[in-house]
Design a protein around this ligand. Structure first.
Ligand code: ADP
Ligand code: MG
Ligand code: MG
Ligand code: MG
Length: 388
């Protein structure tokens, strides 16, 4: 017998009362505020506080029709949120309760903040977004790596974050499908020549295959796994990272790559004169990531080779090169793959929208193929500004 049942606004209210999160007599309002494809997100408001109940659904409408998708991901998300909260408490939502059978997590209501993507599209700049995200990334990624945990503890933790079904989605939608004439792809017909150029670019495909292999095999650290600007709540002063259901052990550079790719995509949706704050975010997130990673490396490191001259510098350069490639792949798939972004699709003027999408594809492809050329975020910004 399955212990799972999907919640309704009524049963969500009964549940939080039964759990003692609200008094039995309190009048609560409850609304489903998620976007409905993968998970329910209920917002429950009482007299003097509010909470969020996120519940996984046993299917995803990912390729048009319902596709069964493991409820296990709710437990992965819950455990990743708790670890992120341990390593970066300022940047993770507080968790009040979780239930593996019901595939739910009850957490802090962050409705006083905005989803960063939404705000960035309307022109809000969030001065601390990159600073906070850089700290979040360095602390969570360093903290769950071999360097911080040592080989045994790391492997034991790694084993609890096997996430085959969600990794399969990333492997397909990010790394593979955009490079083939796959059913999951979704692009405007006017882009067909650009897309066919990608499908025929055997050098680009070789680089995509190399990056995919890194994603499949590296196991450096517990990634967030889906760190686009839609997974970050922000305000002028606060930043909170949500939605780590894709968490698993993968390469150090993956999350920062997705964050910076989505920043560059946002820049493409803006007029030139309004892009400067976005470029500054790309540079800041890397500066902060590198300095915070270095601080943690020097403070607590179980690796005997850690003090070896050149090792940290080599590692950071390797992470940067990988991330440049992953960033390019994310720019491509957000343009022609299954999961689009509002930054690009929302550009109303057709010629401008197509031009922004072409730029995303060509700059993305360049970052994938020529990733070894880049060693600093300033160089990435300079190449992006030059256009291709
Ligand atoms: P999904 O995995 O389905 O993408 P998310 O965790 O990204 O789910 O949540 C979807 C939406 O629900 C968010 O974009 C946000 O609007 C709302 N939401 C999620 N978590 C919270 C929270 N802690 N506080 C307020 N709103 C939230
Ligand atoms: Mg969503
Ligand atoms: Mg989400
Ligand atoms: Mg999600």
């Amino acid at each position: 017998m399955s212990l799972y049942e999907s919640l309704t606004t009524e049963s969500a209210v009964s549940l939080v009362k039964k759990l003692g999160l609200f008094a039995e007599s309190e009048t609560l309002s409850c609304q489903e505020v998620g976007d409905g494809n993968l998970n329910y997100v209920f917002r429950i408001i009482g007299t003097d506080k509010s909470i969020i109940v996120k519940q996984a659904l046993p299917y995803a409408k990912v390729v048009g029709e319902s596709w069964p998708l493991t409820l296990e991901r709710a437990d992965i998300e819950n455990r990743a949120l708790r670890l992120q909260g341990q390593f970066a408490p300022n940047y993770a939502p507080k968790i009040y309760y979780s239930d593996k059978n019901l595939a739910l997590t009850i957490m802090e209501d962050l409705s006083h903040l905005e989803i960063a993507r939404t705000g960035l599209i309307t022109g809000i700049d969030y001065p601390l977004l990159a600073q906070h995200t850089g700290e979040f990334l360095a602390r969570t990624l360093y903290g769950t790596s071999d360097f911080a945990l040592g080989p045994q503890e790391k492997k034991k933790l790694q084993n609890t974050f096997c996430n085959p079904e969600l990794c399969d989605i990333t492997e397909g939608l990010v790394f593979t499908d955009p490079f083939f004439d796959a059913d999951t792809n979704d692009f405007e017909e006017a882009l067909r020549p650009d897309v066919e150029k990608i499908w025929q670019d055997s050098i680009l495909k070789l680089h995509a295959a190399q990056l995919k292999r890194l994603f499949l095999t590296s196991g450096d650290t517990l990634l967030h796994g889906d760190l686009h600007t839609g997974s970050i709540f922000a305000s002028k002063t606060e930043t909170k990272v949500i939605d780590p259901e894709f968490a698993f052990y993968g390469p150090f550079g993956f999350d920062i790559a997705h964050f910076t790719a989505n920043l560059f995509i946002n820049a493409l949706s803006r007029e030139e004169s309004r892009r400067t704050p976005i470029y500054a975010h790309v540079v800041t997130v890397w500066d902060v990531f590198i300095s915070e990673f270095t601080r943690l490396w020097n403070e607590n490191n179980t690796e005997a080779f850690a003090p070896t001259d050149g090792y940290l510098e080599w590692l950071l350069a390797d992470i940067f090169e990988q991330a440049t490639g992953f960033m390019g792949l994310e720019m491509i798939r957000r343009t022609i793959g299954l999961a689009h972004v509002k930054d690009l699709d929302g550009i109303e003027d057709e010629a401008m929208r197509l031009e922004a999408k072409r730029q995303s594809l060509s700059i993305g492809a360049h970052f994938v193929k020529d990733r070894a050329r880049y060693t600093t975020a300033d160089q990435l910004v300079a190449a992006f500004k030059e256009g291709l």
